[in-house]
Design a protein around this ligand. Structure first.
Ligand code: FAD
Ligand code: EPU
Length: 338
């Protein structure tokens, strides 16, 4: 257990924003978390649960308690003819879990490699990449109710997963601490390589026969080329979600902007590439003071040095305004602003 007062969160958020938490607490076991919620939580007015801070923008000092979970552990809880069921505690590093699965030939998470963050945050926005989302391999999660200290079990439908969305970002926002997540992994891999760039990368790698390792390697290679490493350039991945619009709106837009990048969804709606919208407004690679738009991916806002969270937020609002003026589309933030 670690407890600090007026503690800098700079090392604990991938934007590298230097704000202080009034109180900072790190807990390493589920029992400690339960004890904190039952005995000490009522003393604090505000709480933020922190994983690796890779989807958070701090815009001010935090006048409350920041609770960082460090409860680790991965356990095979059961298996049947087709699946392994693996329970991971919230404090496990997401990519360590992915590598654990690959090492044991448990298939399903290989497209989700190199996503920063901890397991506990992964259901929050139903993390996704390269044609796979967490919900595709989600079985259940345990979360502690901050109001009464009870541990509750959430199955897939309880979580109401959507694109970068779950009940924990909506009705149950700020009301639970996710303690562990159980995943359903395949004994017989079903490779998802239809996401264009994966096939291309596998070809360049000279792969003739697919394996969990090869798909994982292709995804890692793509991600390393496209996304900035927060160790060297502060960022939180995509700042905005890709907007989903009706067929009518899509058709209106494509008539005016024939280069529009859009992907048809199962329900006949269209997901627009927000990166393209932002790039068309001239933002790609732009820098304002210490804030900027990444030169290779215009959906990623970056901290070039000592930018404040407020400055990054202001840049994001300017981008939203120009995209709205040009395309009539509102870009919704993916990241959590505190
Ligand atoms: P944090 O940023 O610490 O927290 C995120 C939110 O979850 C906060 O609201 C926090 O309060 C809440 N929270 C965290 N843990 C818990 C808990 N145990 N219980 C309750 N609430 C909790 N995301 C994708 O989906 N796909 C990608 O491909 C992707 N690529 C990225 C690439 C880069 C370079 C970066 C920096 C980020 C990327 N992200 C991506 C975003 C981010 O990695 C994920 O959202 C990740 O799940 C966040 O994990 P975290 O532990 O850092 O969460
Ligand atoms: N594009 C541009 N300009 C750019 C970058 C991309 O025009 O600067 C266009 C390209 O045409 C490209 C399309 O946008 O084909 C989509 O780009 P990309 O494949 O890079 O994916 P994305 O939609 O920008 C999403 C996720 C990422 C995830 C990747 C891969 C969202 C908000 N973002 O990005 O997730 O890793 O797909 O699946 O859905 C994150 O959530 O933080 C994140 C990084």
């Amino acid at each position: 257990m670690v407890f600090k007062e007026d503690y800098s969160l700079k090392p604990y958020n991938t934007f590298g924003i230097d704000v202080n938490a009034r109180y900072y607490l790190e807990l390493t076991t589920t029992e400690q978390i339960q004890e904190f919620v039952n005995r000490h939580f009522p003393e604090y007015d505000n709480i933020v649960i922190l994983g690796e801070g890779s989807n958070i923008l701090f815009t001010r000092d935090y006048d409350g308690i920041v609770l960082r979970l460090n409860n680790k552990g991965i356990q095979l809880v059961r298996e049947n003819k087709d699946h392994f069921y693996l329970k991971a505690n919230a404090g496990e590093v997401w990519d360590d879990l992915v590598n654990y699965c690959i090492g044991h030939q448990y298939a399903g998470l290989e497209n989700l490699s190199l996503i920063p963050g901890l397991v506990g945050a992964s259901p929050m926005q139903n993390i996704g990449a390269y044609g796979v989302e967490l919900k595709d391999h989600f079985e259940e999660l345990e979360a502690i109710n901050l109001e009464n200290g009870q541990i509750e079990l959430f199955n897939k439908s309880d979580c109401v997963f959507g694109y970068r969305d779950s009940v924990f970002k909506k009705d149950k926002k700020g009301k639970y601490i996710i303690l562990s997540v159980t995943f359903r992994l395949d004994k017989l891999p079903v490779f998802k390589t239809k996401y264009g760039v994966i096939e291309q990368e596998l070809k360049e790698m000279g792969v003739l026969s697919l394996s969990i390792e090869k798909v994982n390697e292709a995804v890692c290679r793509i991600r390393r080329k496209k996304l900035p490493d927060p160790k060297y350039l502060g960022n939180a991945g995509s700042f905005f979600k890709n907007p989903v619009v009706t067929r009518d709106i899509y058709e209106e837009l494509i008539n005016i902007f024939p280069g529009l990048v859009a992907f048809r969804q199962a329900n006949d709606s269209y997901k627009l590439a927000a990166a393209w919208l932002v790039e068309q407004c001239g933002w790609k690679g732009k820098r304002i003071g210490n804030t900027g738009v990444y030169e290779h991916q215009s959906l990623v806002l970056v901290n070039h040095g000592s930018a404040t969270g407020q400055q990054i937020l202001e840049l994001s609002m300017k981008i939203q305004e120009t995209v709205h003026n040009k395309f009539g589309i509102h870009l919704e933030r993916e990241i959590n602003v505190i």
